[in-house]
Design a protein around this ligand. Structure first.
Ligand SMILES: [Zn+2]
Length: 116
């Protein structure tokens, strides 16, 4: 079972942002200051099975006016991973490229840009 497209999900649920979509699908979005230390890697967000999407504010490192959009993009990216696993996809075969593309698409379709 493939991950539904952003188009399908937005048509099915009456939501405006990736965060609202995540909530509708039963995922909790949490914001923390600091990411767990991973040598050589800056972790900005993470999907923690079974149902948590965590944003690490310091790692997002976005200017104030870009932060809301950056947060929504990362929520969308992690939501793809969540849906991939929920659809029976192996956590060892995650595609970062697919997650990025899916997040780009969802953000383009949502009103995250105008959300304050
Ligand atoms: Zn990822």
């Amino acid at each position: 079972m493939p991950v539904p497209t952003p188009e399908e999900l937005l048509a099915r649920y009456d939501v405006q942002t990736p965060e609202a979509l995540a909530h509708r699908l039963g995922y909790a979005v949490r914001r923390e200051e600091d990411a767990p230390a991973v040598p050589g890697v800056r972790v900005a967000s993470q999907f923690v099975p079974p149902d948590a999407i965590i944003l690490y504010r310091r790692s997002l490192a976005a200017p104030e006016h870009e932060l809301p959009r950056r947060e929504q993009w990362h929520i969308a990216h992690e939501l793809y991973h969540a849906l991939w696993e929920a659809a029976g996809g192996s956590p060892w075969r995650i595609s970062e490229t697919e997650a990025d593309r899916w997040a780009d698409r969802l953000l383009a379709l949502s009103t995250a840009d105008s959300a304050e």
